[in-house]
Design a protein around this ligand. Structure first.
Ligand SMILES: NC(=O)c1ccc[n+]([C@@H]2O[C@H](COP(=O)([O-])OP(=O)(O)OC[C@H]3O[C@@H](n4cnc5c(N)ncnc54)[C@H](O)[C@@H]3O)[C@@H](O)[C@H]2O)c1
Length: 237
């Protein structure tokens, strides 16, 4: 308990799934949190909108009196091979999953420098290894991994850390929607489960616990990593 005592956090996508578990775990550990989400939370924010991002950061920094932890977690899935994707779909995935990170970090930067804060980004195992039929999603998650590394490099002189957490298949509404879109959801669920040597899918709290560690002062010398939290999925064949 109290591993995040006194920390002030802005969490995107915190109204559901992994983001909601991050908000819950952060609060349990003594952080004060503002959740920004399209659908609920403390501040309604479509992260595809530059003005909404600026407003959400200003709201959080004012409400909390600064920002120690910027958690960029909201994202959208996208099914399809590269040649199947229309321009508007591609553009929306890039805007939601990647451009939003640029805008949030830019808007929050003075607060993060003042607090010697930390940026935490939600990647994916499919940002570290490919996955069929998810070209745009995988590309954005690989981009998020590299943003964590470059924020870490550029932020180190200011005392700002950045890390990326890469979940395996995790039991959230996003996963349920993905499964519901399959011809045989039960078979795909069984296949997905079998990919994880641990023998089960992840829970949102499994993933949120890694955010607690990387957001805490226990990780003071950890920056620029992309940490799989995946029941061993990426450990090998
Ligand atoms: N569930 C998984 O298996 C899994 C695996 C790897 C990575 N991830 C990543 O974890 C993160 C959280 O996903 P989840 O599984 O908890 O999904 P989720 O659907 O439960 O939650 C996503 C949240 O993001 C919000 N959101 C989506 N688009 C938004 C927008 N334009 N502006 C503001 N908010 C928006 C939604 O309203 C929702 O509250 C995402 O980055 C996702 O890519 C999920």
């Amino acid at each position: 308990m109290n591993r995040l005592a006194g920390k002030r956090a802005l969490i995107t996508g915190g109204a559901s799934g992994i983001g909601a578990a991050i908000a819950e775990r952060f609060s349990e550990e003594g952080a004060r949190c503002i959740v920004a989400d399209l659908d609920g939370g403390d501040v309604v924010c479509d992260i595809r909108s530059g003005s909404a991002v600026t407003a959400a950061v200003a709201f959080a920094a004012t409400a909390l009196g600064g920002l120690d932890l910027l958690v960029l977690n909201a994202a959208r899935p996208c099914v399809g091979a590269l040649w199947e994707l229309a321009d508007d779909v591609w553009d929306d995935v890039i805007a939601t999953n990647l451009t939003s990170a640029h805008r949030f970090v830019r808007a929050a930067w003075p607060h993060l420098v003042a607090a010697k804060g930390t940026v935490l980004l939600t990647g994916s195992v499919v940002g570290l290894d490919g996955s069929a039929n998810q070209a745009a999603y995988c590309a954005t998650k690989a981009g998020i991994v590299m943003l964590a590394k470059t924020i870490a490099l550029d932020g180190a002189p200011y005392g700002v850390r950045a890390n990326c957490i890469c979940p395996g298949f995790t039991e959230t509404p996003m996963l349920e929607a993905f499964l519901a879109g399959q011809d045989d959801p039960d078979a795909v669920r069984a296949y997905a489960t079998a990919l994880h040597p641990a023998g089960r899918l992840g829970s949102p709290r499994d993933v949120a616990d890694a955010f607690v560690y990387l957001g805490s002062d226990e990780a003071a010398w950890v920056t620029g990593v992309a940490l799989p939290v995946d029941g061993g999925l990426l450990a090998g064949i």
